[in-house]
Design a protein around this ligand. Sequence first.
Ligand SMILES: Cc1ncc(COP(=O)(O)O)c(C=O)c1O
Length: 448
Amino acid sequence: MNSVRYPDGHVLLRNLNRDYPVISHGEGPYLFDKSGKKYFDGSGGALVVSAGHGNQEIAQKIFDQISKVAYVNGTQFTSDAVENFASQLTALSPDPDLSRACFLGSGSEATEAAVKFVRQLWMERKEPKRAKIIARAPSYHGNTLYALSASAREHYKAYYGPFLHDVVTIAAPYEYRSAVEDYARDGGKHYANLFEQALLREGPETVAAFIFEPIIGSSAGASLPPPDYFTRIQSIARKHGILLIADEIMCGAGRSGKFFASEHFELKPDIILLGKGISSGYVPVSAVMVRDSHLREMKAGTGYFMHAQTYLQSPMMAAAGLATLEYYEKNDLVKNSAEMGETLHKLLHEALDAHPNVGFITGRGLFAGVELVEDRTLKTPFNRAKKVAEGFTAHAFSRGLIVWPNTGQADGVSGDLFMIGPPLNLTKAQVKELVELVAESVRSYFAS
Ligand SMILES: Cc1ncc(COP(=O)(O)O)c(C=O)c1O
């Protein structure tokens, strides 16, 4: 069997109307299905595979750990793997106080743990009214119920709305579609004011935290904030005592050319969330990094962080994270992401800037987004019924190129983009090969 389509087999396939090729193996940025077809994994799946497919060093280290012990209850034991992973990860932290981490199995779980952490902290501080979270649109923080509540994903909310919570939402800076005429000069002030206005409207004494992606992931195609946006956000948050949660699940772990995307903006959040690239997908891992000063407050209060899940601090997950981090360090992957990222962006602009349906290309490091539009001069998005992002991605996939689509960034419903986020150990020749495949796919999709 080389390919599966519902009603074949017994898997609850996500899409009941498409073929799923059966994967055989992967090597570096390439994947091979069972029919022998080769794919360039230009987005590392869902922006996950940071250290390449088929990485024997990482696989061996995970095997070594799980042969000794794969699982212990994180509420009863720690392990060398967990201790070492936490020390090595927090040693990279943008703020020395952000020196503690716990490990979970997915980005969504990390978001849930973070909002619970801030809520508990406010309870410990005897400020029980602080129960609101401010989030942004466009954004994505996960698909569990609070994480989805904080995400600007209207198509999910249309179905799951009755299960969701109220979250205060403000506009996130998305350069291409920003109403601010001089984004670089005035955007920071404009968007930071929206934060302060929301705070004052809600009453700062009722707000627990502000959650945001320092570089927006798939929701706005790796969009960068205006230069002084986070300086302003940080000072407003400090003035009103609001905690900052930086969701770096997609943009972190070296993707943007620095280990933490926050580093680009001298941002020192109270919590940083990592996922995806942190274990390169070898084992599902996410991390919640918190301030030691906050833990000291908890120690003086209840004495423990209430939240836990079965796989909290699992040695297997920690071994995967640690092995990935060691591979990063040995091969200078963050530097490679920055250097190859420059080549990627230069070549993408050369190849696509003149295309009539390419509206915007942005990003940093090996992290890029390309917005596709009907009319470039007017920035008119395609009619959503045309499903351009999905159609383009399927077209590229059929030609052996994997990219990650997203929709909705123009007005919540329309807007088509695709993400590029290959493994961080890409060579220059592979960057060129990737851009050629992308450009050829764009040209042939719109020519047909
Ligand atoms: C920025 C961001 N936060 C959170 C998540 C949720 O992570 P997961 O799908 O691992 O639950 C994602 C996933 O795409 C993401 O991009």
